[in-house]
Design a protein around this ligand. Structure first.
Ligand code: NDP
Length: 252
């Protein structure tokens, strides 16, 4: 139970599915107003309707974080509906593994532009809100969803791992800028979590390998990660849980 979440105004990227959708659900259930950002409008509309029917407040905002104009338009829509944001969950991401020697520049570009540059676009867009909210004495949070892949390495996931290591380092570095301004920066590193993330893998061998991992151990659910994020952002404002690694108990 996270009563401290009432009165918060949140933006969750990648809210169309998986960890983002579960996080939006939990924040809204505890009274936060939640802007839902992703590309699939139908998914966002469905989730916003579900949250509203449950008595929550949610706003569906179709946005592609790889497109600066789309991010600008999303910021405008969020501000018009909700005003200042005090909680940003940078969660949108893609995982497209292949042997590096295959030279899939299309996949590298998509991962870097979504997982790293996209996160930076969102941070740039909402940092003024976070610092202003903190200056007004309110709790302000930037949560970045990285991955255990930034520490535990698998063959053929080099570029994904590099983007996630970059996010982890970005979170740590940003704390030195935002912490002194009372904005918390928290980095979340999930392990194997049952979501749609692996659905975009086009290499049959790697698809099967990932499926094997899900068969071998009970994975985390999106709700498990949402729970940790909600816990993190509902601490007293002088407490910054800066790094959380959440693994299935059986994951090495
Ligand atoms: P999902 O694929 O279910 O969620 C990813 C979300 O990101 C989707 O809602 C997708 O929505 C959105 N998204 C992708 N590209 C863009 C874009 N260009 N602009 C806006 N939104 C975008 O997987 P997860 O829930 O697992 O992934 C969430 C985060 O968790 C990712 O950053 C992932 O790397 C990380 N993670 C996941 C782990 C796992 O085992 N599942 C483990 C460790 C970390 P849409 O397609 O509609 O845009």
């Amino acid at each position: 139970n996270y009563p401290a979440l009432a009165e918060r105004t949140a933006v969750v990227t990648g809210a169309a599915s998986g960890i983002g959708a579960a996080t939006a659900r939990l924040l809204a259930a505890h009274g936060a107003r939640v802007a839902l950002l992703a590309r699939r409008t139908d998914r966002l509309d469905g989730l916003a309707a579900e949250l509203a029917a449950a008595g929550g407040q949610a706003l569906a905002v179709t946005a592609d974080i790889t497109d600066p104009a789309s991010v600008d338009a999303a910021v405008k829509a969020v501000h018009e509906a909700y005003g200042q944001v005090d909680l940003v969950v940078n969660n949108a991401g893609v995982m497209l593994p292949n042997p590096l020697a295959d030279g899939r520049i299309d996949e590298w570009t998509r991962m870097i532009d979504t997982n790293l540059t996209g996160a930076l676009r969102v941070i740039r867009a909402f940092t003024p809100d976070l610092t202003a909210a903190a200056a007004d004495g309110r709790t302000a949070d930037l949560v970045n969803v990285s991955s255990i892949a930034s520490h535990v390495l698998f063959p053929d996931y080099a570029v994904y791992a590099a983007t996630k290591a970059a996010v982890t380092q970005l979170s740590a570095a940003l704390r030195t800028e935002l912490g002194p301004r009372d904005v918390r920066v928290s980095n979340i590193e999930p392990g194997l979590t049952d979501t749609e993330l692996g659905g975009h893998i086009d290499n049959p061998v790697l698809r099967e390998q990932l499926g094997g991992m899900f068969n071998a151990i009970p994975a985390l659910t999106s709700e498990d990660i949402a729970d940790v994020i909600s816990y993190t952002v509902s601490r007293p404002r002088h407490v910054n849980l800066r790094q959380s690694i959440i693994l299935p108990t059986r994951q090495a």
